[in-house]
Design a protein around this ligand. Structure first.
Ligand SMILES: Cc1cc2nc3c(=O)[nH]c(=O)nc-3n(C[C@H](O)[C@H](O)[C@H](O)COP(=O)(O)OP(=O)(O)OC[C@H]3O[C@@H](n4cnc5c(N)ncnc54)[C@H](O)[C@@H]3O)c2cc1C
Length: 437
């Protein structure tokens, strides 16, 4: 399967656009032969390449990305670094081992990021004090009771909050109930991936704007790019939902397009109309509810749409339409800030499987892959990437076993059935969302 460069489009509407401009990256120097290639410089690929660099100081490792670092999902997410996953529905004691497994992976990812951000002094608004979950309407309020039951049963550190406490913290009366979970964090996602990319070990070389167009299996494995051919002993695919473009998982992993908006920076007076907390994040306990943050630089950022759009970013026209949905969500929460304009809106594509599982392992001889975290990839992608480096190097660990224990993914039908199925699935996600959106 051969791709073309324009099969990897991007736009200028991400968190990366809030950051200072970067130097133009160096291109690939003709044809090369290396021991390792990692394709994809999101959180999975960066964690994997960093670990490979540490494990094999004598090897040359190339990490390639089709786009600039920060333009994939890892630089376009909402920055919630999940330590404890929310499994919808009532606590089920039979699933306790699985809940614990997923949370071990999450927390390894949080710890790895925490350690790297501190060691490399990455300036990315990192706040490792956890975040909140909120409920505004009947379904999510019901779900909040389930979530508290799970946190209690799993002995996870948390604080339950009523409407007054939520209002006092965030300056909105919308949430009837909430929970603060301490394990986890918040981050400026594009600043994080840039910082990680700029501090890779010396034997790891990053090449941006260099899509891999074709993979030829063999010994060595060869990769065709527009900048030259690369031969390698081992290949890591950290390409998220775009693995299908290179012939992997095309009927198992697809892209779902999400969108959100940022306000401009709030003034001191506007900030004082919010609650006591100066930097926070709330994830809805309804699957279709908004994720909303007050960022460290004083912007309200919220995301509340998801749709199947062929695995592509939204067009400017579509993004403008979605902004109306973002705006309603913002004004409903903060009637005192209705005069505050959005500075811009953005979209991003997350990799999802039909049954919400993740991918980890050897796809074919010497070709390894990790990805598809269904909206929880900041911590999990970091842990999966790290574990994949060790696994591909012949290592063994509890983390590797936890990643390998991911359930097999269900088959996804091709288009046009996919479009109908995806529209129904996304529709289900928003059913009964009410005030939470
Ligand atoms: C709007 C939005 C909000 C989200 N919010 C959260 C959140 O708050 N918390 C959370 O945990 N998760 C969230 N997610 C999900 C999270 O961003 C992803 O799960 C995670 O970033 C996946 O990381 P990755 O490295 O596997 O993939 P990506 O970051 O997508 O990286 C894959 C990279 O591979 C590159 N690539 C693909 N094909 C090729 C090729 N052929 N050649 C070269 N390069 C290639 C791409 O350009 C891309 O940069 C959100 C996602 C979106 C879109």
């Amino acid at each position: 399967m051969t791709q073309a460069i324009n099969d990897f489009p991007t736009d200028q509407h991400g968190w990366a656009e809030l950051l200072p401009a970067r130097d133009k990256p160096a291109p690939l120097a003709g044809n090369v032969r290396v021991q390792w290639v990692v394709v994809g410089a999101g959180l999975t690929g960066l964690a994997c390449a960093r670990r490979l660099g540490e494990l094999h100081p004598e090897h040359e490792i190339l990490i390639l990305d089709a786009r600039l670092v920060g333009q994939g999902a890892s630089g376009r997410n909402s920055g919630f670094t999940v330590g404890v996953s929310h499994f919808p529905g009532a606590f089920n004691a039979k699933n306790k081992a699985n809940y614990a497994r997923v949370n071990r992976i999450n927390q390894t990812g949080v710890a790895l990021l925490d350690q790297q951000i501190k060691a490399q002094a990455i300036d990315c608004q990192w706040d490792n004090r956890g975040f909140h979950h909120g409920a505004a309407d009947s379904q999510s309020i019901n779900e909040s009771a389930h979530f508290l039951g799970y946190l209690d049963a799993m002995e996870i550190n948390h604080i339950a909050l009523d409407q007054d406490a939520m209002q006092q913290r965030f300056g909105t009366a919308l949430y009837k109930t909430g929970v603060h979970v301490k394990a986890g964090g918040l981050v400026q996602p594009a600043a994080l991936v840039r910082g990680l990319a700029d501090s890779l070990p010396r034997n790891v070389k990053l090449i941006e704007q260099c899509p891999v167009l074709k993979i030829t299996h063999g010994k060595p494995i060869t990769l065709a790019t527009a900048q030259g051919e690369i031969a390698t002993d081992k290949l890591i695919l950290a390409t998220n939902f775009e693995a299908g473009k290179l012939g992997f998982l095309s009927r198992r992993l697809i892209g779902s397009t999400l969108s959100g908006s940022f306000t401009r920076r709030l003034t001191a007076t506007e900030l004082s109309s919010l609650g006591e907390h100066k930097e926070w994040g709330i994830i809805s306990l309804h699957s279709g509810g908004a994720t909303i943050r007050l960022t460290a630089d004083g912007r309200i950022c919220l995301r509340n749409t998801a749709e199947y759009f062929g695995g592509a970013l939204l067009t400017p026209e579509k993004l403008q339409q979605r902004q109306i949905i973002h705006r309603a969500s913002f004004e409903k929460r903060f009637p005192q800030l209705t005069h505050v304009p959005f500075e811009f809106s953005w979209s991003g594509v997350e990799g999802i499987s039909r049954n919400g599982t993740n991918f980890f392992g050897e796809q074919s001889k010497n070709i390894f892959l990790a990805g598809g975290y269904n909206g929880s990839g900041v911590s999990r992608g970091s842990a999966f990437g790290y574990a994949l480096a060790e696994y591909a190097s012949g290592g063994q660990s509890e983390l590797i076993n936890d990643c390998l224990a991911s359930a097999p993914a269900l088959w996804i039908p091709p288009r046009p059935i996919l479009d109908i199925g995806a529209a129904l699935t996304v529709g289900m996600r928003f059913r009964g969302v009410g005030l939470d959106r």
